[in-house]
Write a protein of this length. Structure first.
Length: 116
């Protein structure tokens, strides 16, 4: 009985401390003079913008890689180890249907080279 009462008091104290701590943090945040913009960190420094490649430059690069694969006569094509993982990832920056078509063409060229 005494242990249950002590445990209950401890639990109540933990809840009280937690609630007070959260309230104090909330008031402190409201009084802060730091910028609240979502692109600023806690010290007010601007966060760098995420890089999004230009789809036209990605498309041009993928077309050059595909042309290089089509021009290769057989494996080992010098750059296949580089392009095999990179090519599908690069297509993700293009519209879905266009990326899927380029991946299909690239895989077809790799299969042709492996068969040669």
């Amino acid at each position: 009985m005494v242990a249950d009462r002590s445990l209950g008091m401890v639990m109540m104290m933990i809840v009280t401390v937690t609630v007070l701590s959260e309230r104090r943090r909330g008031r402190r945040a409201n009084r802060s003079s730091a910028p609240t913009a979502p692109d600023a960190d806690k010290l007010g420094r601007q966060q760098p913008k995420a890089h999004r490649p230009d789809p036209d430059s990605v498309r041009a690069r993928l077309q050059r890689i595909l042309a290089e694969a089509k021009a290769a006569q057989a494996l080992p094509w010098e750059r296949v180890r580089l392009y095999r993982p990179i090519f599908p990832q690069m297509t993700l920056w293009l519209p879905e249907d266009e990326g899927a078509q380029l991946r299909f063409e690239f895989e077809a060229e790799l299969a042709r080279l492996e068969a040669a």
